[in-house]
Design a protein around this ligand. Structure first.
Ligand code: SF4
Length: 214
């Protein structure tokens, strides 16, 4: 059984896969409490759904790309079985993880999109640093949500300390919604001299920041 908040088909709003049709499996629950979290509705509730039923719903949507997200998807042991089954059926599987749980048991065919929590999230002390050592060049992506200049300088320090330009497919710089001036952030990225990718959350611009499951 998996505890599931929602399964839906939409457009991928983030990462190097932004704009692609994608099925999202949003699992319930998260051990973190980021102050700017936009998924608080996943903290409670959800439905207990058998693994086979989740697979059937994903198959029915017919997208090659599937994202397992949350909440924190890796906080449920059964999520690792779901990932393995989807990879074995040749889905292209993205794991959007908040970085608190170890990624060591994730099927290596899946692609990791790993959040590193910055100070303004209130959860920077809970980053599980060995996850950064496991990132694979050409495959995995790392994401920093930036709420202010302190977050920005923190991100640069982590990118350099862990040599993330060499270890990842992309380093995603994402603004915390309504928290940082987008032109300021674009300027910091363009002047950084680093191989970064500024990303906006497409789905929020298309459907609005409060709408989910679309
Ligand atoms: S890790 Fe993700 S789901 Fe969990 S509190 Fe932080 S932003 Fe929200």
């Amino acid at each position: 059984m998996l505890r599931v908040t929602e399964i839906f088909r939409s457009i991928q709003g983030e990462s190097t896969h932004a704009g692609r049709p994608c099925t999202f499996v949003r699992l319930t629950g998260c051990p973190m409490r980021c102050v700017w979290c936009d998924s608080e509705y996943t903290f409670t509730g959800g439905e207990h759904v058998p693994l086979e039923s989740v697979l059937n719903q994903v198959r029915a949507f017919g997208c090659k790309l599937v994202e397992i997200t949350g909440g924190e998807p890796l906080a449920q042991d059964e999520a690792f079985d779901l990932i393995e089954r989807l990879c074995s059926e040749d889905f292209e599987v993205l794991i959007e993880t908040g970085g608190f749980v170890s990624t060591a048991k994730v099927d290596p065919r899946a692609r990791i999109i790993l959040d590193v929590k910055c100070p303004a999230s209130g959860e920077a002390t809970r980053n599980h640093w060995p996850n950064l050592e496991r990132l694979r060049a050409g495959k995995d992506e790392v994401k920093f949500v930036i709420a202010n200049f302190e977050d920005w300088t923190y991100a640069i320090e982590i990118i350099q300390r862990y040599e993330l330009e060499e270890k990842t497919l992309a380093i995603l710089i994402s603004p915390a919604w309504d928290a940082v001036d987008l032109q300021d952030l674009a300027g910091w990225v363009s002047e950084s001299g680093l191989n970064l990718r500024l990303q906006l959350q497409l789905h929020k611009y298309i459907w609005g920041p409060e709408v989910h499951g679309v």
